[in-house]
Design a protein around this ligand. Structure first.
Ligand code: CA
Ligand code: CA
Length: 189
């Protein structure tokens, strides 16, 4: 019987300790500020800005742009422990853009704004972070095809009109010889 009371007392103490710890945890959770992160992306030359994949490298988050080029991450408190982060923006046929050392120093962070979106260059058909002859060769292979042809290459259809023709060549020529390292620093607010 005594043993039973002892165990009961022990359980009460344990429960109280657990409740106390949980309380502290909830309290410390509440004071963490989770930055809200989003922004705007624009294709260059101007085309659909929908479907760009925006990633935070560490901790890992991803979001996609809507028809207006707008994106927003569903961030959680894993972000609150970071002071800086690297972002990656990519889409098939586009030159991947990396934005490093973005400081998480405010509650609302916009990488690219509606007025000054982060531009992403069209033309990297083979996704090797450079727009060069290899991309032209791939486009040439698919030249004069439409989406129903076997040789059609979606990544070479720069203007998304489901056919690969001179309009796509003009776009790739505009961004020729650019690589991911040529991107400057975008507007971050
Ligand atoms: Ca390339
Ligand atoms: Ca096209």
């Amino acid at each position: 019987m005594k043993k039973c009371i002892k165990i009961r007392k022990l359980l009460v103490v344990m429960a109280a300790t657990l409740a106390c710890t949980a309380g502290i945890m909830i309290e410390s959770h509440a004071v963490q500020v989770v930055p809200q992160i989003g922004g705007y992306i624009a294709a260059e030359p101007e085309a659909s800005s929908e479907g760009f994949k925006v990633e935070i490298i560490q901790p890992k988050f991803e979001a996609y742009t809507n028809a207006n080029g707008f994106y927003r991450f569903n961030t959680d408190d894993r972000v609150a422990t970071q002071s800086i982060c690297t972002f990656k923006i990519s889409k098939k046929g586009y030159l991947t853009r990396y934005i490093s050392n973005v400081p998480f120093n405010s509650y609302n962070i916009s990488i690219g704004t509606a007025k000054e979106p982060v531009s992403i260059l069209a033309g990297d058909v083979n996704s090797d972070d450079t727009i060069n002859m290899n991309d032209i060769v791939l486009m040439a292979k698919a030249f004069n095809t439409t989406s129903t042809d076997n040789e059609f290459n979606e990544a070479a259809d720069m203007n998304f009109d489901k056919s690969i023709n001179m309009s796509d060549v003009v776009i790739i020529a505009k961004n020729f010889n650019k690589s991911s390292s040529d991107y400057g620093v975008p507007v971050i607010e």
